[in-house]
Design a protein around this ligand. Structure first.
Ligand code: MG
Length: 164
């Protein structure tokens, strides 16, 4: 059986909290309500880290960085992705690509897309071309449509470098 490639998916949601700074994909987005959560609530990094952990069969970020642990209160989620990247590399896998969908009515993601892919790529030690960030609304339906928060989905492919 060829187990040299693995796929993973991740999904996360956080509600808006006007008292916090919005951080998406490791990028601070001023002038917009932030997200509530134990850490900095970076919904993009959480979904991406979960996708990578899923591909590795290593559970999820809640398992690795429990929100019951005071150590992670207001934590910079880039720390989580860095740690997950190290788990991935220790398991002998490289990121082939990641595709990320940010689901919200606001903020507009497009102006921040390049900075987000750059920030994520830097943490993972890959070229930013390997990471795609896209966005959609839910046509004003549901919790994202009502502007209650932001959801994010991520899919990744991992591979072991060719040993031949
Ligand atoms: Mg989360």
């Amino acid at each position: 059986m060829n187990s040299s490639t693995r796929i993973g998916i991740g999904f996360d949601v956080h509600a808006f909290d006007a008292g916090r700074t919005l951080v998406l994909g490791g990028v601070a987005i001023p002038g917009h309500p932030g997200l509530s959560g134990h850490s900095d609530a970076d919904v993009v990094i959480h979904a991406l880290a979960d996708a990578i952990l899923g591909a590795l069969g290593h559970g999820d970020i809640g398992l690795h960085f429990p929100d019951s642990d005071e150590k992670w209160r207001n934590a910079d989620s880039r720390i989580f992705l860095q740690a997950v990247s190290e788990i991935m590399n220790a398991a002998g896998f490289d990121l082939v690509n990641a595709d990320i969908v940010v689901i919200c009515e606001t903020p507009k993601i497009q102006p921040h897309r390049q900075e987000m892919t750059g920030a994520l790529a830097e943490i993972l030690g890959v070229q930013s071309e390997l990471i795609n960030v896209k966005a959609t609304t839910t046509e004003r339906m549901g919790f994202t449509g009502r502007g209650e928060g932001i959801a994010c989905q991520a899919a990744v492919l991992l591979a072991k470098p060719d040993l031949a």
